[in-house]
Design a protein around this ligand. Sequence first.
Ligand code: HAM
Length: 426
Amino acid sequence: MASAKNLQAIRGMNDLLPADAARWAGFEALIRDVLTGYGYREIRTPIVEATELFCRSIGEVTDIVEKEMYTFADRNGDSLTLRPEGTASCVRACIEHGLLHNQQQRLWYAGPMFRHERPQKGRYRQFHQIGAEAFGMDGPDIDAEMICMTARFWQRLGLADVRLQLNSLGTPACRSAYRDKLVAHLRSGYELLDEDARRRLDSNPLRILDTKNPAMRELVDAAPVLADHLDDESARHFERLRALLDAAGVGYELNPRLVRGLDYYTKTVFEWVTDRLGAQGTVCAGGRYDGLVEQLGGRPVPGVGFAMGIERLLGLLEGRDDIAAATQPQVYVVMAGEAAEAAGLVLAERLRDALPQLRLQLNAGGGQIKNQMKRADKSGADWALVLGEQEAAQACVGLKSLRTDAAQETLAQGGIAAALAARLGL
Ligand code: HAM
C-alpha cells in the first residue's frame, strides 16, 4: 500500500486553491447573472447516472462513449457512469419530472464532468462546465438568442479574442443521404485512411471530417460538404439563423467541417474558439438536438443548448483579478489579553448582526499585537479594530487603517458599526 505521504489528487483532476477560487466565484456569478437575465433557471442533477443514458444520447460510436467514460459496477452490479457532459442528464430529468409537456423550458446547470482523456493544458479528466438548454422551441429565433447570450458572456468578461464558428448538420434524413456520398468518397481513398477512420467508415463517417491526421487532410478537404446537401427545412432554418445573427451584429465564420463529438445534434451547431489556448481552443460549444428527447423515451420535443469549459475560460482570464469575487476580509480584529478577547468576540458578533454583508475576521490563537497586525495586513483587510485591556475596560475600540498612514482613532464600541458602514459603503 502506498504510504500516506504519496497521496495525491488523481491525474487530470485538479484542486482549486483559495487564490484561484475567488476568480472562479466571480466568473460563475457573472455568467449566472447573464443566464438569469435571459430567463434561464437552474437545474441540478446527480453526477452519477445509469451508463445507458450516455450510450443512448451521446452515441455508441463516439470517443466519449467508446473510450472516455468513467464507468463502474456499483455494489448491486448496476452499470453506472460519472457524467461526461450535462445535456443527457438534463433531458433525463426533464422527461422524468414532466417538465417538457406542453411547455417551454430554459434551464442552466454547472458542475464537474468526467472524461478519461489524455490530460494536457486545458484538457482534464475532471473539468467543469456551465451549460444551458432550451426545450420546446423549434425555430431559429431561440438558436440566435442563445448565441447572442454567449456573445454577451464574452463581452461582460472583457474577452475579445474568441471567434464563433457555425455549421448546420441538417436532419437525420438528409445527413444519411449525405453520409452515403461521404462514405463513397472516403472509400475512394481507402489506403489513406488511418485505423480510426477505417473503423468509423461505416459507424460514424462524419467524425472522420474532424481528423487531426495530416496524412488524411487532402482526402478530407476534397470530401463533399454537408451544407450543400441540406434539406429545404434545414437550409431555411440555417439561413434565418444567419440573418438573425447578422441583424444582432454577432459575427461568425461558416465552418462546413464542424461536426461535434456527440451524436445528438441536428441542424445548428456552433463553437466559440480561441487561438490563445493551443490545441484545446474550444471554450464553448453546442447546438440543436431535435431528436434527443424522443430518443431518451420522451414525446418529441425540440432542444438546443451549449456548454462552456470553465477551466479553459479561466485560462483565458489569467491575471484578471478584476473578475474575482470579493472574499478577503474587510476588517480584522486584533486583541491583547483575555478581557479584550472576550470583548472582541462580543463586538464581532454585534457587528455581524448590524452589518450582515461585512467580511470580518477575528484574530484567533493569540499572539503579540505586532504579530496580530502582521496577520491583519496579510489578510487583505483595509481596517483593523484594536482592542487592548484599556479599550476593553472603557468599552471603546481603536480603528486603524491598514492601507494608509492615517493615525489610529479611538471610538466608542457602540459607534463602530456606523463608522465601518460609512467607510465601507455598507
Ligand atoms: P462538448 O463540446 O463535449 O459539448 O463540451 C463543451 C465544452 O466543455 C468544450 O467546448 C470545452 O470547453 C469543455 N470541455 C470538454 N471536455 C473537456 C476536458 N476534457 N477538459 C476541459 N474542458 C473540456 C458538450 O458537452 C455538450 N453537452 C454541449 C451541449 C449542451 N450541446 C447542447 N447542449
